[in-house]
Design a protein around this ligand. Sequence first.
Ligand SMILES: Nc1nc2c(c(=O)[nH]1)N[C@H]1C(S)=C(S)[C@@H](COP(=O)(O)O)O[C@H]1N2
Ligand SMILES: [Mo]
Length: 425
Amino acid sequence: MATATPPESTSPEPSRRRFLKRVTTLGAVVVAGAARPEVAGAQSGAAPERPAPDDPTKELGAPIRPYGERARFEKAVRQQFPTKTNESSWTFTPLQDSRGIITPSSLHFERHHAGVPDIDPAKHRLMIHGMVDRPMILTMDEIRRLPSVSRIYFVECSGNSLTEWAKPAAKGVQGTHGLTSCSEWTGVLLSLLLKEAGVQKGATWLVAEGADAAVMTRSIPMKKAMDDILVAYGQNGEAIRPEQGYPLRIVIPGWEGNTQVKWLRRIKVVDKPYMTREETSKYTDLMPDGTARQFTFEMEAKSVITNPSGGQKLPGPGFFEVTGLAWSGRGKIRSVEVSTDGGKSWKPAQLQEPVLRFAHVRFRFPWKWDGQEAILQSRCTDETGYVQPQLADLVKIRGVNSVYHLNAIQSWKVTAGGEVSNVHA
Ligand SMILES: Nc1nc2c(c(=O)[nH]1)N[C@H]1C(S)=C(S)[C@@H](COP(=O)(O)O)O[C@H]1N2
Ligand SMILES: [Mo]
């Protein structure tokens, strides 16, 4: 009964204080070993040291709270790639623990070139200038007064799966595919802002600039800007998280994550691409003949089985639901097939509604495992008829100098013992 009221005021026994002390100690240990202390620290605080009651109906529940947290037993966290600094780094979404198609904002993957800036929305401005009739400087309040839209889109870093070109490297799906996440974004269509500003004749590109210490800058063709690009301030029903670009970012449906400038502060309307660092020395694909592909904006169709996936263990033969995610930067996913024999035979998976353009799509496939070794694969086709390639076929065209844009079929091997691991089949 001690947990029925705030323990600080009534609890006679020192167990809570002991619990807190233990958590603090644990937190300190984890922090010392963690590449990203604030994440590790926050997690250790959620450790379920205090057992839940055997019969929850016999105790009064916890009091209401103003901002929600997930259940203390849930442990999925973003994982950081081992980079030299925490500021130019990235974290992966735990896709193996994701349900449905929306990524919780707290687990959206992150890619920062100079850390997460601390921006006061009251001081933030968006400037639109260059080849326009009416240059503008907008406050956040002014932007939020404009007609808005909400749309569900994935964001995928074109570096997703980059470790997997030559040999299977990451252990599980978080490492192989965790640089993609899917959110409902709310904001203003960029086309609306550009119409307000009055784009001049001959303006074919724009340059978007972030307010972070990297001042990340990308050139974007006017055609896409006039089509479906969002200037977003909302993510999954609340303000965009600082990690995702608070208070304002560009969301470009289907395009590589790097073009989707976070902490957006400036749009310059121009008549050519500006050849910034992020579109010359980075985010280009070196081909076998020594030339480089540039402005590879659209993320090609890709899918992956998230369960069962690398690092998991099947308890024994019997029924399993094979499930995963598919997405395409060219529009809608038309179909997903699953193979349990390393690509020799394929059967259609069921697509779960909603199936949206430029969004993650959840697929499901009932599988009766006979206890023999199996290789699980998924292969998607998008509405343009493009079929996700086998890795060998992708390498035939792209060679192995490429870093970005690996969208090949992923293979998970299931041993007779039920262990699941990352393989190249
Ligand atoms: N201003 C700014 N925008 C940025 C970046 C950045 O470092 N600074 N990183 C880019 C990269 S490489 C990617 S993949 C996406 C990642 O978006 P997310 O962190 O919301 O997942 O943001 C892009 N926009
Ligand atoms: Mo990226």
